[in-house]
Structures are given as structure tokens and as C-alpha cells.
Design a binder for this molecule. Structure first.
Ligand code: GLY
Length: 401
């Protein structure tokens, strides 16, 4: 596709304005101190929360003033263990390591759960970080088993991993943009075993998604449903966005993160270009606020009177730290820093509030009227990941280990 000069010019002006209007100074120690004391609070709240017969293992959000815990099968169960691992990495606090090990172990059984595509979210954020930081061989085995389970959802006709089994009356073979994040687990499984099967499936999924999920302006649909026999696209829908043709903010975030990560493992320039093009869509969008924290959907009808989604901002920012090491097309690093600095100054939980979550103001599922303008574990996760990346770059280390 030909680049539109006006759009490119608009992006450059927008970025310049956005970056000039606010400080990008990141006070890591202060941010980590806040994250640490919030996490201490959250750890004291977990045993007090409603835990249906002890089946719930991980804190997800705050609902009507109460801490909401989830079972290991919930797509978000790996984020809190991941947060503990990132805090351990940032502080070297041995207590955090012990806590991370404890909460990681609680979701191990998911390695055999083939009923969902969310394996990467659950297992890579928890066991993946645990393995990276400790070299524990058992964690490696869990990662490989999880990848084996995940690839049972791959359909060679479609060239993709099936996302959901629910709503089978509506979708024959739904694939959602979020699924891109699960590919990291597959790339790693090949790196750990030497078996290229996982890598090859990840590449096929990324290629199919690149072909079918994106509009000419590089915004992404949320759900593409395929015919499982022929591989033909049957439907293009949303589930969590405003409408089928809108740009759900977190969907765009999963897209830029996914293709940046795929470039890391493949060095395929098409993936890098895809990430750059998604960045251009995000940052040249007329509805992107000056502080770079998106509304929950770029096309939400009542902007500026719509809730923000800090989780989308945190995912985008973490992706931009990595993208900045592969591409100089824009000042991606400055954008990442600005988002991190803004989240830390304007969107964090007040001290001692929100049951100990680090950030506030994320939107989970607006159309279902669920988790609107709330603290949520995955916003905290990608924010801490961004902070780890910020620190690595500051110390001239590879952005991802
Ligand atoms: N992966 C589900 C979500 O982003 O809400």
C-alpha cells in the first residue's frame, strides 16, 4: 500500500506535539516503590477475598469494591505471577521470588488445557518469566508441554490456531487478534527443544492473521471467523469493541505487540513493516488523546466522554520499547517513555487503594458492561514489563533477554 504523505506528515506533527507537551522522565525507583507497596497490599488482600472453595488462584480486578480472584483457567491467571517475577527482576527482592514461585505453581495444570488459545498469556507470563529468571528445568518442561497442548488447536486448512470454542452458533472457527500474543510460547518452545514444529505453526498463524485481520489503514478487526474445511474467511466481527468496523484499542495493542515480537524471532521484514504500520495507525489517529492513553475504542461514539484503556497503553508502550531497537522510522523510544511516564503520573492507583493493584482506569469488556475504568492485572503486567525494558535499555542491555 502506498503511504499517504498527508497522513505521514500528520503523524510526524502529532508525535512531535505529543512528545513536546509532557515530560518523558521516568523515575523508576519511585515507580517501583509504589508498585512494591501496592503488591504487598494485594498479597494481604488475597486471603481475605471470596474464594469459591479455594478454587480461585489469582487476583484479576476490583469489582464493586471487592477483590475478584479467578481460577487458573481464566485467561488472566498468569499475569499476577508474572508481575511478581517482574518485580523480582526489578528489585532482586528474594521474597518476591518465593511469592512468584508460589503463584506460578498454582496454574501448572493449565499446561494440559486444550480448550483455549490463551496458553501463552497464562503460561508464558508466569512459567516463561520464571524460567528466564531462574533456569528451573521444571518450568521448561511446563512451557514445552503447554506448547504441545496449544498446537492441537492449529488447523492447517485455515493456517491458524483456533481462539475460542464458545459462541459456536455464531462462529465456525474464530481467531482473534489477541491470539498473536500466544505465539511467543511457541517460538520459545522451538528455541528450547530444537523442534521447529512450534515455530512453523507460529509463523503460519502470523501470516494468516496478517493477510486477513487488517484493513487497508492497518487497523485490525477483533474476530475473523473461518470456514474450517476450506480456510475461507466467513465473518469479520468484534466482540469487545464498539462495532465490527471500529478499532478496539486493546486489539490494536495486541497487533503491534504481536508483530514486533514475531520480528524478534524471525527477522522477517514484513512483520517489522506490519508493526510500524500499526504504530502509524495508532499514533496518527484523530481520536488518540494528547497524553497517549487511548479511549477503549478509537471509534467509540462519545469521545472525549469515553473511558480510557490503560491496559492498551501499557501493551503499546512495552511493544514500542522493543520496536525502538529494530526501527528508527519514528522516535518509538520517546513515545514509549512518554506513555510510561504518563501512566505513572496520572493513571496509577492512589497509595493503598484499589486493593493493591498498581494501575487504575483500564477497560476490559465495554459492550458487556464489564470491567469499565477499573484496575486490572494485565495493565499492571505490561506496565512492569515496559519498566523492565526501560531499565535494560538504560543499561545498554538487549531489550528482551
Ligand atoms: N484477550 C482478551 C482481552 O484482551 O480482553
Amino acid at each position: 500500500m502506498k503511504l499517504n504523505q498527508n497522513k505521514l506528515g500528520g503523524l510526524a506533527v502529532f508525535v512531535a506535539l505529543a512528545l513536546s507537551s509532557c515530560s518523558t522522565a521516568i523515575h523508576t525507583q519511585k515507580i517501583v516503590k509504589h508498585a512494591q507497596s501496592q503488591t504487598n497490599l494485594l498479597l494481604t488482600e488475597i486471603p481475605k477475598a471470596n474464594n469459591k472453595n479455594g478454587m480461585l488462584v489469582s487476583p484479576r480486578t476490583v469489582e464493586q469494591g471487592e477483590l475478584r480472584l479467578v481460577a487458573s483457567k481464566d485467561w488472566t491467571s498468569g499475569f499476577f505471577p508474572g508481575n511478581l517475577w517482574y518485580l523480582y527482576e526489578l528489585t532482586k527482592d528474594e521474597d518476591r521470588k518465593v511469592q512468584a514461585e508460589k503463584f506460578t505453581a498454582l496454574i501448572e495444570k493449565e499446561k494440559m488445557n486444550g480448550t483455549t488459545h490463551d496458553m501463552g498469556f497464562k503460561i508464558y507470563c508466569s512459567f516463561g518469566n520464571g524460567y528466564r529468571l531462574t533456569g528451573n528445568q521444571h518450568y521448561k518442561d511446563v512451557i514445552v508441554q503447554s506448547a504441545k497442548t496449544l498446537i492441537t488447536r492449529f488447523n492447517p486448512k485455515v493456517g491458524a490456531l483456533r481462539s475460542w470454542d464458545h459462541n459456536s452458533d455464531k462462529w465456525d472457527f474464530p481467531v482473534i487478534i489477541d491470539n498473536m500474543l500466544n505465539l511467543e510460547l511457541l517460538f520459545e518452545a522451538t528455541r528450547l527443544t530444537g523442534d521447529s514444529t512450534y515455530h512453523d505453526i507460529a509463523v503460519k498463524h502470523a501470516n494468516t492473521t496478517m493477510k486477513n485481520h487488517f484493513r487497508p489503514d492497518y487497523s485490525t478487526w477483533h474476530v475473523i471467523s473461518y470456514n474450517p474445511e476450506t480456510g475461507a474467511v466467513e465473518k469479520r466481527n468484534t466482540h469487545q469493541g464498539y462495532s465490527d468496523d471500529s478499532a478496539w484499542a486493546r486489539g490494536q495493542a495486541w497487533g503491534i505487540y504481536g508483530y514486533t515480537m514475531c520480528y524478534r524471532y524471525t527477522k522477517n521484514p514484513a512483520y517489522l513493516a506490519q508493526a510500524e504500520n500499526i504504530a502509524r495507525f495508532i499514533f496518527s489517529n484523530k481520536n488518540m488523546p494528547k497524553d497517549l492513553i487511548p479511549y477503549w475504542d478509537f471509534d467509540a461514539p462519545k469521545i472525549p466522554d469515553e473511558p480510557r484503556d490503560v491496559s492498551a497503553a501499557a501493551v503499546i508502550s512495552s511493544a514500542l520499547y522493543e520496536l525502538s531497537t529494530y526501527s528508527k522510522k519514528e522516535d518509538y523510544l520517546k513515545l514509549a517513555k512518554k506513555i510510561t511516564a504518563t501512566i505513572a503520573s496520572k493513571y496509577k492507583s492512589a497509595d493503598g487503594m484499589n486493593k493493591g493493584f498498581i494501575l487504575d482506569h483500564s477497560t476490559g469488556h465495554y459492550p458487556k458492561n464489564s470491567e469499565i475504568d477499573v484496575p486490572i492485572n494485565y495493565a499492571d503486567y505490561y506496565f512492569l514489563e515496559g519498566l523492565v525494558r526501560e531499565e535494560r535499555l538504560k543499561h545498554h542491555q538487549a531489550v528482551v533477554q
